[in-house]
Write a protein that binds this ligand. Structure first.
Ligand code: NAP
Length: 507
């Protein structure tokens, strides 16, 4: 990177989803305005910009799935659809003056820690920067995972991932194959079933599904929330409290989840009359082990005559014929992969080179780990929003993001207090102690009761979910404990200056 081309900023934020925008707003609130938000796409919104598939909505209630400091009394439904959430993020961008900080179409290609100058070199698709601090809010649900299916190249029709919906596909009369039965696929199937000629769903593992009690928010409620904001806060508090009370079932008493299984089975029975189909849809693992899905239209869609369930994974494609692992064949005109995201092997980690030339991907080869879900050892002044073990099984990720923003704010304050040029690098001992503590608690959780899920990495360890309440996470991220960090100062004589002097002397 040519030195003169670079702009120096105090903070470079990567991503403009909830995490990146939240970080930007928090920095401004802390009086820090010397920052940029680097966004690879042409607009803000993160996963809520990328996912535009039919039926895309949030299964966390809107009044909880929004920033606490930016309540939206006008949410039109109890569970918002993607367009409304995206519009909310655009609105927040304007309201909090983030627009001037945005650098769109600026995909981060490389991040390199300069050990002498104690800053990050940031190479993007539209310009280079140096930054004292980097906040990576690239998000774990940003990069699609598409399995390698033999023969996929031979498929003559459209093939795309759920997060890259091809709106050029005219569904009318088409035979569409949907691969996967995660949170995305179970929204897509009812979303396309009325229009598509035939939908064939390839299910590797049946999910547990509970009803989603979605309804329009009445004009009276909206009026009340606008006139008396405390009512919106109260509503949020109740939604939050109910979920907090459920946490110990997930983290300490998985056996108690059996009651919830009964509710899910009864939910299925109400919509699916065919016992053979019910048998294929019935999970054989504890509810909650994989993410519990909320939908009131998934099972009814599966019962429609133009929907087929193949209870086996997609194993091969032969032209327009899709072949499942159990030998079932289905013809299709289009394939939609609802196969999830690269969560435990995030591509951004390959682009981040920390101290000693080690990439984040290398450092995390044995499993992702970061102090308080935020700081990885060897990556000074680098904070991850929604980092390792910060995910939630049953509540709003915005609560976690806001806790991490508290941590970011304190991190910036600590750097200011240290004065001069300084950087904070998490001590390996602190990261290990934190990680041991988290992993020990993980042992008794529902996520460890035996199932395949995206929470588990290649080593079978859950490096994704936070095994506690959101209140506890808020407590542990309230402040930076300096004892957990090494304070780095620039070397007295920069090596470059020495070598320049040596060269001069040799002449
Ligand atoms: P996902 O939960 O990772 O689901 C991927 C699905 O693809 C799984 O069912 C998986 O099967 C299946 N699969 C993979 N390879 C397959 C193959 N060859 N044949 C058949 N099936 C195959 O991905 P996602 O549905 O995109 O959801 C990811 C996360 O995004 C969610 O858990 C959630 O956190 C978030 N999300 C949230 C909402 C919301 O409403 N808030 C909506 C959508 C997404 P196995 O189950 O056997 O692994």
């Amino acid at each position: 990177m040519a030195e003169q081309m670079r702009q120096h900023v105090r903070v470079a934020v990567i991503g403009s989803g909830f995490g990146g925008l939240g970080a930007a707003i928090r920095l401004r609130r802390e009086g820090i305005t010397d920052f940029v938000v680097l966004e690879r796409a042409g607009s803000v919104g993160g996963t809520w910009r990328d996912n535009t598939y039919p039926g895309c909505a949030c299964d966390v209630p809107s009044h909880l799935y929004s920033f606490s400091f930016a309540p939206n009394p006008a949410w039109p439904r109890s569970f918002s659809g993607q367009p409304h959430i995206r519009a909310y993020l655009e609105h927040v961008t304007d309201t909090f003056g983030i627009r001037p900080h945005l650098r769109l179409n600026a995909e981060v290609r490389q991040l390199r820690w300069d050990e002498e100058r104690l800053h990050w070199e940031v190479g993007t698709a539209s310009g280079d920067y140096t930054a004292d601090v980097v906040v990576s809010a690239a998000g774990p649900l940003a990069d699609p995972r598409v399995p390698e299916i033999p023969g996929l190249d031979s498929f003559p029709g459209k093939v795309f991932h759920s997060a890259r919906w091809d709106h050029g596909l005219d569904l009318r009369g088409k035979r569409v194959a949907v691969i996967g039965t995660g949170a995305s696929a179970i929204q897509i199937v009812p979303g396309i079933q009325p229009e598509a000629g035939r939908v064939t769903l390839f299910q590797r593992t049946p999910p547990w599904v509970l009803p989603r009690f979605d309804r329009p928010v009445s004009a009276a409620e909206r009026w009340l929330h606008t006139r008396l904001p405390v009512t919106a806060a109260l509503r949020r508090g109740v939604l939050w409290g109910i979920r907090e009370l459920q946490v110990s079932n997930f983290t300490k008493h998985p056996e108690r989840m059996r009651v919830v299984e009964k509710l899910a089975l009864s939910h299925m029975r109400k919509a699916i009359a065919d016992p053979a189909l019910r048998a294929r849809l019935t999970p054989d693992y504890r509810i909650g082990c994989k993410r519990i899905l909320l939908s009131s239209d998934y099972y009814p869609a599966l019962a429609r005559p133009n929907v087929d369930l193949v209870a086996s994974e997609l194993a091969e494609v032969r032209g327009s014929t899709l072949v499942a692992a159990d030998g079932t064949e289905a013809e299709a005109d289009a394939i939609v992969f609802g196969t999830g995201f690269r969560v435990t092997d995030m591509p951004i980690a390959e682009r981040v080179t920390g101290a000693g030339g080690v990439t984040l991907a290398e450092a995390w080869k044995g499993g992702m780990a970061a102090l308080r879900g935020t700081s990885a050892a060897g990556f000074p002044n680098f904070l991850t929003v929604i980092g390792p073990n910060t995910g939630l099984g049953n509540s709003s990720m915005i609560l976690i993001i806001e806790s991490q923003l508290n941590y970011l704010a304190d991190f910036m304050r600590q750097l200011d207090t240290l004065g001069g040029k300084a950087a904070l690098d998490a001590r390996p001992s602190a990261v290990n102690a934190w990680n041991r503590h988290v992993q020990r608690r993980m042992e008794r959780t529902v996520w460890n009761t035996g199932c395949r899920s995206w929470y588990l990495d290649a080593n079978g360890r859950n490096t994704v979910v936070w095994p506690g309440t959101t209140a506890e996470f808020r407590r542990v991220t309230r402040q930076v404990n300096l004892a957990e960090y090494q304070v780095l100062r620039p070397p007295r004589t920069p090596r470059r200056a020495v070598s320049a002097a040596t060269t001069e002397a040799a002449r």
